[in-house]
Design a protein around this ligand. Sequence first.
Ligand SMILES: Nc1nc2c(ncn2[C@@H]2O[C@H](COP(=O)(O)OP(=O)(O)OP(=O)(O)O)[C@@H](O)[C@H]2O)c(=O)[nH]1
Ligand SMILES: [Mg+2]
Length: 200
Amino acid sequence: MNIKSAEFIISNTDVRKCPEGTRPEYAFIGRSNVGKSSLINMLTGRKGLAMTSSKPGKTLLINHFLINDEWFLVDLPGYGFAQRGKEQREQLRTLIENYTFYREQLTCLFVLVDCRHEPQKIDLEFMEWLGENGIPFAIIFTKIDKISRGRLNEHVKIYKERLLETWEELPPIFYSSSETKEGREEILGYIDEINHSLEE
Ligand SMILES: Nc1nc2c(ncn2[C@@H]2O[C@H](COP(=O)(O)OP(=O)(O)OP(=O)(O)O)[C@@H](O)[C@H]2O)c(=O)[nH]1
Ligand SMILES: [Mg+2]
């Protein structure tokens, strides 16, 4: 898919204030620092579109970016950042859950996990919550430039086995590097396919 335009529209903390209309949207979620904002920049080819930081906890709002005047990419705050106070962590959790649960335009949620780590309880529990609530999602293993292909395959195999302990089938799975742009065609192709199927 060709990205002709990518435009920041609005940031907010309230799902009711998100853009109106019926454009499909695709949101990125996952632990703080997993690379959600960087991936949005990589996919759109616009470096400073979403704000990134080497310190976790950079994105604290729901951010809507309009792509090709047709659909939205949504950058969300990360979950589970331990250094934040309990109160703010709870606030962010409510924000994420409200957005995910009530946003009717949400077409697919991409759950990002760092490919270097073993399956984390917080991610697995979040995916279970998505399943219980019938929210469609896909997994993206991020930062694949940071490990060898051998280790990546090993980690992914372990992850899939872990998922199959609770899921009957696996969600769509993608791999990305915001450094090398790997995964860009696959992820945009998947979004394009869904957008077309919605038009029919
Ligand atoms: N090597 C490498 N580094 C990455 C990649 N993606 C993100 N990073 C780095 O990881 C750090 C966090 O990236 P962000 O995109 O800000 O992460 P985030 O998930 O949006 O974080 P929060 O907004 O805090 O939840 C930054 O230093 C990025 O440069 C990647 O694919 N490869
Ligand atoms: Mg971010």
